[in-house]
Design a protein around this ligand. Structure first.
Ligand SMILES: *[C@@H]1O[C@H](CO)[C@@H](O)[C@H](O)[C@H]1NC(C)=O
Length: 440
């Protein structure tokens, strides 16, 4: 037939197969999805400790670890229970109940009073906690943790990772406003022990009790090993004083006194949580790093991880002293003789550390400047135990600047060798406030 018309069959253009096209269409998101998922896992690994945020709950003081999101990653996590055998696993939920750390009383040797009474809690709040886990679970970490997202990793200390969390809310005028929060959470590589649980609880409970004080920073949430606190952009006092010490900035006398007043008020409020003038908690790690510049430029104290809830004698009601395990000793050289002598301590230990801060504001130098490295550590500690004091330049000793005079006085009030002779935080705060009222 074709021959007859002299025509050859013309190859018809083949319709392109639809199938591969559809496949490619499917493959795109599929590959994308796998890559995203893979990337998520990498990120999740990076932002590992957030995992614990999604998954931890505190119920009546018991810590429950939910393994619902990242069971693969959970594998890397070492959960150290006091009795791991008690952990049960069912339907993807791993439940771990730590018992109160029995070692704790041994570790922090409570000193029994002369009369041999027991050391008991001063206040019931010392044994409580106020977790707000729902609030923390409502924070959308999972979709926000990407770099450049609303959750970013900021830094880490010896104990915690610090994340910045940008939260949005509808403000009173109906607009969307945002606030930056800091999420502090136990470092991933740390073991989850009842002891650490107690340390975080102590920080949280102290902050909660002190939410009434404008000189202590706020607590927005607490759950398990996580705290949500304000994210400050004003930096901390250490950064400020560092720049000052190195001559990069000037700090006026007025500012120095303002700092001293605010710092003393923070410590005063900590040492008088219950308003009865009897310290029931200590800071234990008081230094310039622990004071943050709040929104209005006011210094606020925080970080109560190393503090102590003080107990009292069951018979006399007098405060019990305590002695932390020597392994927790601060390696710095601005602390009290009793700490370096490894003997019993009281809230007056914080006062000595506060004196070192007054010295800094007075002299533009840290105590034992030039000898603060570990090389001189033992030497300086020996000097402190012997009752020696760091030098103060003649020009400062003779200074007529009333702020210098006041800071020198505050330093002396706080750095008495005998803890009993040191002033209370309330006294030093009142003294500094008095000077402030006179001058400004
Ligand atoms: C509410 O938020 C808007 C947008 O961030 C802001 O401009 C405004 O000042 C806020 N109003 C109040 C009362 O905070």
């Amino acid at each position: 037939m074709n021959d007859r018309f002299g025509l050859q069959p013309q190859p018809q253009p083949q319709p392109r197969k639809a199938k591969p096209r559809i496949l490619w269409l499917l493959a795109g998101p599929l590959v994308g999805g796998i890559l995203t998922h893979w990337w998520d896992l990498i990120l999740l690994d990076k932002y590992y400790s957030l995992d614990t945020l999604f998954n931890s709950h505190v119920v009546d003081g018991d810590f429950i670890y939910f393994a619902e999101v990242a069971p693969k990653l959970r594998r890397h996590k070492r959960i150290v229970g006091l009795d791991e055998d008690d952990s049960s696993w069912s339907d993807g939920i791993d439940v771990w109940f730590p018992k109160p750390d029995e070692d704790d009383n041994e570790r922090y040797q409570r000193h029994r009073s002369e009369d041999d009474g027991e050391c008991i809690s001063m206040h019931s709040w010392q044994e409580s906690s106020f977790p707000s886990c729902n609030l923390i679970h409502e924070m959308d970490f999972f979709s926000k943790y990407r770099p450049g997202g609303d959750v970013t990793h900021v830094t880490h200390g010896g104990f915690n990772e610090l994340y910045r969390y940008k939260d949005r809310y509808i403000n009173s005028t109906g607009s969307i406003a945002s606030i930056s929060l800091a999420v502090k959470i136990l470092k991933y590589e740390k073991d989850y022990t009842a002891h650490k649980f107690g340390v975080v609880r102590q920080d949280a409970v102290t902050l909660e009790r002190l939410s009434k004080s404008p000189y202590i920073y706020n607590l927005y949430g607490y759950c398990g090993f996580a705290l949500v606190v304000p994210f400050v952009t004003g930096g901390n006092l250490n950064d400020k004083l560092y720049d000052w010490r190195h001559g990069d900035i000037e700090i006026s006398s007025r500012e120095r006194l303002q700092y001293a007043v605010d710092m003393a008020r923070g410590l005063r409020d900590l040492h008088d949580i219950d308003g009865d003038g009897v310290p029931s908690a200590t800071h234990g790690d008081l230094k310039e790093h622990q004071y943050l510049f709040g929104e209005d430029g006011r210094l606020q104290l925080g970080d109560f991880n190393k503090g102590q809830f003080l107990s009292k004698s069951s018979t006399t009601g007098k405060p019990c002293t305590y002695k932390p395990p020597s392994t927790t000793y601060n390696d710095k050289v601005f602390r009290s003789p009793e700490e370096y002598m490894n003997i019993q301590q009281t809230a007056a230990t914080d006062i000595f550390a506060f004196g070192s801060l007054m010295y800094y504001l007075l002299t533009r130098q840290r105590v034992w400047e030039g000898m603060t490295s570990s090389k001189y550590r033992d030497k300086v500690r020996k000097l402190i135990i012997e009752g020696k004091r760091p030098e103060i330049k003649d020009t400062i000793l003779k200074s007529q600047d009333p702020v210098d005079v006041a800071l020198k006085k505050a330093y002396e009030m706080c750095s008495a060798y005998d803890p009993e002779k040191r002033v209370s935080a309330k006294e030093v705060a009142e003294f500094l406030e008095g000077v402030w009222k006179q001058l400004y």
